[in-house]
Design a protein around this ligand. Structure first.
Ligand code: ADP
Ligand code: MG
Length: 233
């Protein structure tokens, strides 16, 4: 295939590991190959390495569990945000590993993901599922109650054009929030449209992807950052 060997490698590592999903850092590595805005990340096998990574990335830091048995990290007490110093990294590392073991006694711990903490922003969700008839689809919505309670989302079948991507954003009922209604900070729609367009391209080029979910993307007046990502193969 014509695919970038770096992409092949990401899926191969997961397959060799008998996983049917990509870890957050693997999914983000794939997104980065499509020039999508992800947080800076590093997987640490031990506390010393985590402290070194935190200092290289810069505080505040977010720590997350990396385990083949844990897909939803916060359910397992596996996410700590706003870590401010080296001692916090050491403590957080131990807490996350302890929580993971309490959640699933036989959970293997691959490591702890050390990442840049993104500033507060508007929560956006981009998702994909594979329709048995139409193939990969794309979903766009605002995070939190908008998607969970109001089901305020838009859909397309992939591949989409750049124009489709822009339209998906305009179609949600709460679009005014993205424009900065009621004193909310506006969101940079072109960046969000680019994420949708590039995700579509990624779905077409990587047929291993059965489900994808960027939850949340944090959106800002001039940019956006994908802070969590999951890919099911
Ligand atoms: P889960 O696997 O439980 O969905 P997430 O990675 O989404 O875990 O983390 C849970 C929450 O922590 C997110 O919804 C977000 O609010 C916050 N969060 C996670 N990563 C970051 C980050 N890098 N910067 C800022 N906030 C983050
Ligand atoms: Mg999440």
């Amino acid at each position: 295939s014509m695919r970038d060997p770096k992409m092949e490698e990401i899926f191969k590592v997961a397959k060799d590991d008998n996983r049917d999903f990509l870890y957050e850092h693997e999914a983000k590595a794939l997104f980065a190959l499509y020039d999508m805005p992800v947080t800076q990340i590093h997987v640490s096998p031990n506390e010393d390495d985590a402290v070194e990574a935190a200092n290289r990335i810069g505080y505040p830091i977010v720590l997350k569990i990396v385990s083949p048995q844990i897909l939803h990290k916060s359910d397992a007490g596996g996410v700590i945000v706003g870590v401010e110093d080296d001692e916090g990294i050491r403590e957080g590392f131990r807490t996350i590993v302890k929580n993971a073991k309490a959640y699933k006694a036989d959970a293997e711990i691959t490591g702890v993901l050390v990442q840049e903490m993104a500033p507060k922003g508007t929560e956006i969700i981009v998702g994909s599922t594979t329709d048995p008839t139409f193939g990969p689809t794309l979903m766009f919505g605002l995070g939190g109650i908008f998607v969970e309670i109001l089901k305020d989302v838009s859909f397309r079948v992939a591949p989409i054009t750049e124009r489709d991507a822009a339209e998906m954003i305009e179609e949600i009922k709460a679009v005014k929030i993205l424009d900065g209604a009621r004193g909310m900070p506006a969101c940079h729609k072109p960046t969000l449209a680019e994420i949708l367009y590039k995700t579509s391209k990624m779905l077409m080029e990587n047929p291993e992807i059965k489900e994808l979910d960027m939850n949340p993307i944090l959106a800002y007046p001039d940019s956006a950052r994908i802070v969590d990502a999951r890919i099911i193969m």
